[in-house]
Design a binder for this molecule. Sequence first.
Ligand SMILES: [Zn+2]
Length: 205
Amino acid sequence: MEFSSKLLENAVSEMSQLPGIGKRTALRLVLHMLRQPKEQTNTLSQALVQMRTNIKFCKSCNNISDVDICEICANPNRDKSIICVVEDVRDVMAIENTSFFKGHYHVLGGKISPIDGIGPHDLNINSLVEKVKSGDVSEIIFALSSTMEGDTTNFYIFKQIQDYNITTSTIARGISIGDELEYTDEVTLGRSIVNRVPFESSLKL
Ligand SMILES: [Zn+2]
């Protein structure tokens, strides 16, 4: 792509670093910004900088938050003895949208994936095991996607906590959240949480 301006080229180059944004789309977005009032680009860049600078991860569940302890963990009406283990904040949002779950979450920040160089220590697993050890947890619900990486992660965590006196369950198989969320309506996802099955029985399938 030949550019008549180095500034234009830089902006397109930065924009095209984003996932799903090729050079052509980046150029279209940048040209769109040039047609808009300058203030709009300022507002956009300020929102991005503020988000990146000030955002926090909940000290209890690792959910993305504006404060040290997220609204879900801080809500006294929620049952902190039931913890739903998810991959990232999108899963929290999806499950919250169903209104079927009133416990707490634990956000792992990914799944174990040797191919991508992601091991258990790259994820927020230790803090989950510590919560179980503290004795305040009665049930862990695994809500990771039913991929090989999701299964590996579930099993790894299960091995760490199986000797403690808690229930472990998994959402109904075949329900994928996160990336495949758009294919799962809220009622189906909500039901899969309500009708969760013991984790051990899911291993035999
Ligand atoms: Zn939290």
